[in-house]
Write a protein that binds this ligand. Sequence first.
Ligand SMILES: [Zn+2]
Length: 362
Amino acid sequence: MKLRHILLVITLACFTVSLTAQTRRRSAPAPGTTAPKLEDLPKRPLDTIPTSDPETKIILFSNNTWSYYRPSLERLDSLPVYTQHWDTTGVFAYRDIAYNDLPPVVELKLVDDLTQFKSPVTGKVLSKYGPRRRRNHNGVDIPLRPGEPVYATFDGRVRYAKYNTGGYGNLVIVRHRNGLETWNAHLSKLNVKPNDYVKAGQVIGFSGNTGRSRGPHLHYEMRYQDQTFDPEFIVDFETGQLKYQTFALEKSFFNIHSRASEILEEEDEYDLPLLTSNDSGDSTSQDILDQIAEAQQKEKKAAVQQKQAGISSSGAIYHTIKSGDMLGKLAIRYGVTIDQICRLNGITRNTVLRLGKKLRIK
Ligand SMILES: [Zn+2]
């Protein structure tokens, strides 16, 4: 019944368009004007075709064109994906579903057309998904200059948008129609609230350095029922392109420990001091990567210089006793304890420090 109403509205709208077009055609076309294109001709809806998504239909028009028809965003409130396991306060929403309960494969229909997708940001992935030190890096890290817009990847509803103390900093979690969730972390600013509906490409926040992060970057995760998998399966972040229209998400792709702890985002291994202090505001992600390479080069150089100055690359630090040096003073200066210095050098607190003697501090 409702669909019939909508079709009636569309028919009326097309009729109006067709009238306008006819009026326009009565006046003689200016010399040099090209002939109207097929899709510009008056059209009238002929039929609707269901799609695999019950909320999406295809409308066929009389001029051989078609378009998708979707209900208004408000009607989405009744969809179970936006009502069940809906928690706007905690990061995990499927605690009652165990890893073993998940099906072997989930078919995720990602988009009908490419207007329903936008890469959250575009840039090189500096740190990939997968094992990092003793834990798993549950997403990808893309360095950015601070304040760059971060977009909703697909249409969806904001499930979580606030500061997270588990390391993510300002975090926006968007749940999409197929149940997939995208997590956007370390944002400088949030641009959405929980329960907001968002369209793909809508700005949900701005890149930053909040939480357990050592330089402005987007930490981005994809989760299905709390379980993470590699987002690079789906998005090419460097080109900003979607890799599949429908993705077969296999259970074996999940990291079984995704939900092990609320403290999830490990501090990144790289330090990006140059970006926060010297960025003029228009560097690309390639510039950022170049800056990182430059910083690493500088660090290497400094290590060599330190070695030459008597500080070994193993981190051992030595100090040559000068007039006025006392164990207490040295301990404060190097941030160690007196006992530590004594232990490393086989001396006691009462040992007389001879001028020129080399003490190991660390
Ligand atoms: Zn990360």
